[in-house]
Design a protein around this ligand. Structure first.
Ligand SMILES: Cc1ncc(COP(=O)(O)O)c(C=O)c1O
Length: 376
């Protein structure tokens, strides 16, 4: 049996997405910037995809800019928007994805900006009163906080943070890479200036995503060259990726509550089975409370197999992760786990689910883990 429980790292392409992309890959090759028929065919597909995506999150098509994925979307905010908006202070947290934290640190150094790191508690929740205090005492702020943590699943109260930012005239960027395609967004009902999205996290293709930029803002491009994406992102568009992402987005939002219920049910089942079979097991983040339903981060009891945990899972046919994708395969403690615990003796393993997983796969995985502990 081979079980894939690393869906926060990436997801398999949905068959419907492949079916949507194939005819375009076979039949549409024009450059969307060309004015002849071949170009116009490609352009029409891009604009149709943009409209589909925008309408599903109640945004305007002109607020959606296609990028190569989440990392580029996050970089655009720090490497370009920050200059246009005259930002002097970045407020962020120590558990952001490196696409945000490394970029923020680099830009702060380059532009001599101040970075304020919010405190996080042992569940990975940020301190909202500290955020308010910082917003009160600093001007020209950019708040960058992820909607859901990719390693431990903790959710940010997006609406509360957005209201605080509005109250103190701060700009708000949220890395929504783990939640776009998994939660409903209504950009008419909430004020967020920037959102990042990546298609491969919800059964779309890799190397494509988008950034939502609120229409009130005028931002210069990060990647310069041609006039693509209304001068916001130069380079010939990835038509196949864009069409695939729009299809993946459509499926995600057509069946949102069904997927939430099914995947959330798998997570709950795994929690129950682990608690029943592995004495001393604990969960990182607010696993049973306000938490991303696709991610379960487990703190296993310390044992001789600590270092070998992921490797042993892999040998038994189970793909999981030690934290973020860049640390999968190694048991180096991640910056997120370090920020919430100071006990590195216990291995933290992230299991992340999709609609293609089953209870049988969870039973198999828990059964193998039980064997690890009983044969020591
Ligand atoms: C929270 C978060 N932000 C950003 C990224 C980067 O996205 P991409 O792989 O599309 O560059 C990831 C991917 O792991 C992520 O989980």
């Amino acid at each position: 049996m081979r079980v894939y429980l690393d869906n926060a790292a990436t997801t398999p392409l949905a068959p419907e997405v492949i079916q949507a992309m194939l005819p375009i890959m076979e039949g549409v090759f024009g450059n969307p910037s060309s004015v002849h028929l071949h170009g116009r065919q490609a352009r029409a597909l891009i604009e149709k995809s943009r409209k589909q995506i925008a309408s599903l999150i109640h945004a305007r098509p002109s607020e959606i800019f296609f990028t190569s994925g989440g990392t580029e979307a996050d970089n655009l905010v720090f490497r370009s928007a920050i200059k246009n908006l005259g930002i002097r202070t970045i407020i962020t947290s120590p558990i952001e994805h490196h696409a945000v934290s490394h970029t923020a640190e680099e830009i702060a150094k380059e532009l001599n900006l101040s970075i304020k790191w919010l405190n996080v508690n042992s569940l990975g929740q940020i301190d909202l009163s500290q955020l308010e205090e910082l917003l009160k005492t600093n001007t020209h702020c950019l708040v960058s906080l992820m909607h859901a943590n990719n390693e431990i699943g903790t959710l940010l109260p997006l609406k509360k943070v957005s209201e605080l930012c509005q109250k103190y005239n701060a700009f708000f960027h949220s890395d929504t890479v783990q939640t776009m395609g998994h939660y409903a967004f209504d950009m008419e009902a909430i004020k967020i200036h920037f959102l990042a999205c990546s298609a491969h996290k919800f059964h779309g293709p890799k190397g494509i995503g988008f950034i939502y930029i609120n229409s009130d803002l005028k931002i210069n491009p990060q990647i310069t060259g041609g006039a693509q994406e209304r001068n916001m992102r130069a380079g010939t568009e990835n038509i196949y990726g864009i069409v695939g992402m729009a299809k993946a987005f459509e499926i995600a939002y057509q069946c949102l509550s069904e997927h939430q219920e099914y995947i959330g049910g798998l997570k709950k089942y795994m929690i129950e089975q682990l608690e029943k079979n592995i004495p001393g097991v604990e969960f990182n983040g607010d696993a049973k409370g306000s938490s991303l339903y696709t991610v379960l981060s487990v703190r296993f009891p310390s044992s001789e197999i600590n270092e070998m945990f992921l490797y042993k899972l892999d040998i038994e046919g189970i793909s999981a992760s030690g934290g973020s994708a860049c640390s999968s395969g190694s048991n180096v403690e991640s910056h997120v786990i370090r920020a919430i615990h100071n006990d590195s003796k216990r291995p933290s393993i992230r299991f992340s689910f999709s609609r293609y997983n089953t209870k049988e796969e969870i039973d198999y995985t828990v059964g193998k883990i039980k064997e690890f502990y009983s044969i020591q």
